[in-house]
Each structure stands twice: as C-alpha cells, then as structure tokens.
Design a protein around this ligand. Structure first.
Ligand code: PNS
Length: 180
C-alpha cells in the first residue's frame, strides 16, 4: 500500500489544491492532506477552519485523510511511518525555486522524505489562496476558484474581517466620523 502526504497551508483550500488531491488520490492508495504552518505567513483562517474546509471539499473522495500538525513536515513524516512520499503541486516555474528548496530541506532533515511534483492542470495554474482571498474580500464570484460547498463560509468571514479592518484603519487615521 502506497501512501502520499500532501502538505500545505490551505488558507483556504482552492480548486487548484483539489485538482492535485484528486489526481494524487488516483495514483496512491491513500493521501494524507495535512495542514501545516509556515511561521513566516499570517493566516486568515484557523487550523480547525482550514481542516473543516478540506473535509467538506474532499468528502466524495474515499482514500483521503485530513490532519494538521504544528511542527516540521520532516518530523510529521517521521512520526507517520505509514507515509511513503510527499506530493506537491507545481503551478509555474515561479513555484519551482521555493518548492525545490523545500524538497531538499525536507530530505536533508529526514532522509526518507522524498518529494514528487504534480504539474497543476492548466485551468488552475493561476489560482492561489491569496488571490481567492482578495476576490472574497470584495465579495467577488468565487465559483471558478473554490469548491462551492465552502463559498459562503469563506465569503462571510473575509467580507466581515475586511470591513472591520477598514473600520479600524479609518478610526486610526481619523477619517471615521463618530457613529460610523
Ligand atoms: O501552502 P504553502 O503555504 O506553500 O505550504 C507551505 C508549508 C506549510 C507546507 C511549509 O511552510 C511547511 O512545510 N511548514 C511546516 C514547517 C516546515 O517543515 N518548514 C520547513 C520546510 S522547508
């Protein structure tokens, strides 16, 4: 039995991630999708929220497990002796340098941790979580970017967070009048 791990921030999961998950699920007996933390990034959704989105988005795929881990991927890989390989999606050459660095760092930290890359499908090469968040903040149409079952949760959190951030900024620079 071959098991792959698909790690990421998934803040939130996009149709691009889902494309990689579905294709990996055909190649491996099991795919463990694990929500990890990049300590240099700031996130819009909590880890439980990101896991819930992933669970909803992959509900129809039988050989998927969703997990999260607060630590190094190499250490998670070590704990989970059932996992054989890391799967990463590559959208464009711009992803390559960073992913190449991560693959070698993970292998250096844990010699068992080999990475294989799956090229993103053409219709998702431009989709990223940060682009999705911008569209959602302005209440734009998410249908081509994010699974439909999680549109409303993403839209409602990001539009209200954005409204609150704008209100705070306006209050701080004095452009907000009393009562607004
Ligand atoms: O979706 P992202 O943000 O590109 O995912 C990056 C992520 C979270 C997979 C990466 O930052 C990660 O593996 N974080 C866990 C900590 C770690 O192992 N970092 C060193 C790998 S170079």
């Amino acid at each position: 039995m071959k098991t792959a791990i698909y790690p990421g921030s998934f803040d939130p999961v996009t149709n691009g991630h889902l494309d990689i998950i579905k294709r990996a699920a055909k190649m491996f007996d099991k795919v463990v999708v694990v929500v990890l933390i990049n300590p240099l990034k700031s996130y819009s959704f909590t880890i439980p929220e990101r896991c819930e989105f992933l669970k909803k988005a992959t509900a129809e795929i039988p050989n998927i497990e969703i997990d999260s881990y607060d630590g190094l991927l190499a250490d998670y890989f070590n704990i989970r002796q059932d996992i054989d390989v890391i799967v990463k999606g590559l959208r464009a050459t711009s992803d390559f340098e960073y992913e190449f660095q991560m693959a070698h760092t993970n292998k250096d930290l844990n010699h068992r941790a080999e990475t294989v890359f799956i090229p993103a499908s053409l219709n998702t090469t431009f989709v990223s979580s940060s682009m999705v968040k911008q569209v959602a903040m302005f209440d734009g149409d998410l249908k081509n970017y994010v699974p439909a079952c999680i549109h409303e949760q993403i839209r409602s959190k990001l539009t209200s967070d954005f409204a609150e951030a704008k209100r705070k900024a306006a209050a701080a620079d004095g452009s907000l009048r009393k009562g607004q």
